[in-house]
Design a protein around this ligand. Sequence first.
Ligand SMILES: [Zn+2]
Length: 413
Amino acid sequence: MATIIKNIGLLATPVGIVAQKGEGQGNIELVTNTYVVIKDGFIEEVGRSGTSRDWTGTGQDEIIDAQGLLVTPGLVDAHTHLLFSGWRQQELAFKLQGLSYLDILAKGGGILHTVEQTRKAAIDELVNQGVKSLDTMLAHGTTTCEVKSGYGLTAEDELKSLRAIRQLGQVHAVDVVPTFMGAHAVPVEYKGCSADYVRLVCEEMIPKVAREQLAEFCDVFCETGVFTVAESEQILECGKHHGLLPKIHAEEITALGGAELAGKVQAISAEHLIHATDNGLAAMAASEVIAVLLPGTSFYLGEPFARAKDMVDRGIAVAVASDFNPGSCPNESLQIPMNIACLKYRLTPEQVLTAVTLNGAAAVNRSRVTGSIEPGKQGDMVIWNAPDLNFLFYHWGVNQVKTVVKQGRQVIG
Ligand SMILES: [Zn+2]
């Protein structure tokens, strides 16, 4: 059975199966008054401009009327920590009183609170909460989403988290891409002996994760006071040895050298990069590392914004993601990060659209199957309550999704 999206006022999509960089970042194909045909979940045909026609009377095909509105690829959120138990709304008051992250940590709050609650939670509870978050994401236009472990921090709890992430992918319409992030923090029981924890990650966790095929990527929080550049390298090389592609949280709070390391280990992506140096960016450009930028986190923490334009100018492919997590960015929607990327990074709507579709897909190794509206790719699309791209990026703070189509099926709207 085919699904036909008819009466598309404007179809806007990046083109290709690899990340777009430099000038390519802003190259968006625009087709007016057109249609798309999806068969068995995959795009079969994209009409040319001016070819919109009346599809009534085509038998059993499902017809979706876009009512002359804007259609883009489904959004790909390349960086989330959505699998957890332990929201932290109590910390808002602490933050308003001026307490620092370390003060909150000393009160037993911060990531430690979420780790404690996640360890206590049964796998079903984690899955149920994850489903709610995925429902919210889908309702806001996200059709593919990466999910990291990293709130278990024991072999048993990291495996539990990754098994929950696998279940999420099986039960939910959103495609879920799993990342192992046992090196998200040094757990309290290893305080002062992080080398022992790194050994646990490398000798026990990574081999078990690989054996059960629970993750595609290995990520590490390379940061002052968390994991050093040398420790991060050890973990990422160990992950590579076991078939996990490297990702790295780099230069979020301090310029430690994570971006250089991303280039050295040929990471698929480096994330945050708020304090990335020229040398770090040069190393990333040389190794074609994708920059996954998280503007919602800069906004929520009152931190500076990454030098996104500089990265585009240097030929680094830029993706934008939500960083949804219970501490520094408790928001599942990619739409607000899209607005902020436009207003604060000063990227154009076209550049940001590429960042949240094709480049996001490339950052999670999915750019051959999603991230653009082209024959052969999955039928993942959003119909927006907007006539054009400018409207989508100018109108902000409300959900502009009209309809979400996932693999040819209307799942929202
Ligand atoms: Zn993160």
